[in-house]
Design a protein around this ligand. Structure first.
Ligand code: CMP
Length: 143
């Protein structure tokens, strides 16, 4: 069982897509372990996107992710890091296939609705940037 950090970006929150995005993850059989609306600070955004510092789209990315509330989440399930990225679709919305979240709902990069961790290392770092350990629930799978 794996955990990942997923975030509905400001465009997805403003367009009222939180419920539909959560439903896709639930339909796939994944379980939400934490979720909250967050107004991302500039410092938090820069920590989140540290690997993109220096790229031409970095300033716009920080401005966009701090422009309005996001819905930050932790989800769990087998192979969820890879599988949730398939559900999300390609980063570049021109390449995101129909049937994926971005393919069905996003029409502009970087306004691509959702972020998902790309490795166990980034998942751990990104979860820690948004959540305290006590905010994550543990399900009793024996019930
Ligand atoms: P995300 O999954 O949040 O991680 C990094 C983000 O950078 C990505 O989604 C896009 O929103 C954005 N991004 C990546 N590549 C580009 C690009 N070439 N131009 C603009 N934005 C980009």
């Amino acid at each position: 069982m794996e955990r990942t950090f997923l975030m509905v970006k400001p465009d997805g929150v403003q367009r009222g897509l939180i419920g539909r995005i959560v439903a896709r993850l639930e339909d796939k059989g994944f379980t939400m372990a934490a979720g909250k609306l967050v107004q991302v600070s500039e410092e938090q955004a820069k920590r989140h996107y540290a690997e993109h510092e220096g790229k031409d789209f970095y300033d716009n990315l920080v401005r966009f992710i701090t422009s309005g509330p996001v819905f930050a989440m932790v989800w769990e399930g087998d192979d969820i890091i890879a599988l949730s990225r398939i559900l999300m679709g390609k980063t570049n919305v021109k390449e995101a296939l129909p049937g994926t979240i971005r393919g069905d709902y996003a029409s502009h990069t970087p306004h691509n609705l959702i972020h998902g961790s790309d490795s166990p290392e980034s998942s751990a770092r990104e979860i820690a940037n948004f959540f305290e350990a006590h905010e994550l629930v543990n399900y009793d799978k024996s019930i």
